[in-house]
Design a protein around this ligand. Sequence first.
Ligand code: PMP
Length: 444
Amino acid sequence: MNPPDQRMANAFDPGTLASLPAREQALIRRRQQALGQAYRLFYQQPLHLLRGEGVWLYDAAGQPYLDVYNNVASVGHSHPQVVQAIARQAATLNTHTRYLDEGIVDYAERLLATLAMPGHQAMFTCTGSEANDLALRLASNFTGGQGVIVTAHAYHGVTSSVAACSPAFGEGVALGPNVRTVPTPDSYRGVAGEDVATRFTHDVQAAIADLQRHGLRPAALLVDTLFTSDGVFADPPGFLAGAVDAIHAAGGLFIADEVQAGFARSGSHFWGFQRHGVQPDIVTMGKPMGNGHPLAGLAARADIIDAFGSRVRYFNTFGGNPVSCAAGMAVLEVIEQEGLQHNAHVTGAYLKAGLQALAGKHELIGDVRGAGFFLGVELVNDRQGKQPATAAASRVVNALRERRILLSATGPAGNILKLRPQLPFAREHADLLLDALDAVLAAR
Ligand code: PMP
């Protein structure tokens, strides 16, 4: 079996297999045999989950786990309205986009209305990776360029072209010769005296100049609008604006990757880019879009889609099928009916304030940041030097798992606790988490 994966925070160490109960050992061995070396498991004690409901997951023994991590079943695990919408449509008809279907048009109209950018049109895929891949094709077709700018620890997906724009993979995957990275817009470790917006704008301008020096025309600035794999950076609102102007001035497009930040997660806004008051040319989306059903896609300016569509026939066998659209529509309805964006805003603020109070008690917490229900808690060995507390983060994540609270860690050093609860997460759940985290930090 593989050695422990140093590049992934909180990965299971196969060396400890013998310490697990016989049933889990046997399943891990079969999994390894059937699926091979590329998959990873979370936790020193991997979890075997059988059921989910709302903000809770249940293991094989029926024990509940508070899910503070999974940004896919975002309106709640097994939400009945989404389950019924999927089941009803699956029992009626499932085809593809080459037949007339009202569902996809209804859904596209409703989805586009959330963006409040008249003139954008929707295209559907099955994964966020495919959405970003398609966005890059649209961008290079429209601009005639190939150059792509991403942040230093970005993750945009698994196809060859987007993996080549994902430095978060590390040495295992080479960045494309057309790709330039810019430093993370880091509000915690930034250069003294320089604000995040000014620095980020300069860095993007420098990357544009470097592309041009190498004879590459810039096609796109592609960013995850909450910078989640870079370590969760949401503030100050508006800091993206100068960089967006810079890519436009160079003839490139701004692609907002909303796979993590979208669908009401940031609380104050439905989409992460709205926090920055910018207008993306292309918005890519996925993860929570179908609450677990594989639905993803993009919205792009009509002229960008026209330029592509006049040359290319787009067909994605499963993308935008009637069952997927029914799932997507149900997700939008639930977010609205249950007031989930408002909940992410107010309960997210409550959770963040609780985490800040813990920072007042525990030296290990260097910074608390994020927006709505996407929060990062950066653990450091010393607050002066801000040295990443990677091992401590792993201990905290595993200790919380022992208390049946699920979260993970992110960032280049894996020292930033990543909190992404389901959107119906309530104050009582935040209190459970805060109490457990307080106890775990006190017990170190
Ligand atoms: N973009 C971002 C910001 C992501 O976090 C991810 C998935 N973690 C992707 C794209 C790729 O999405 P998928 O796994 O659905 O292909």
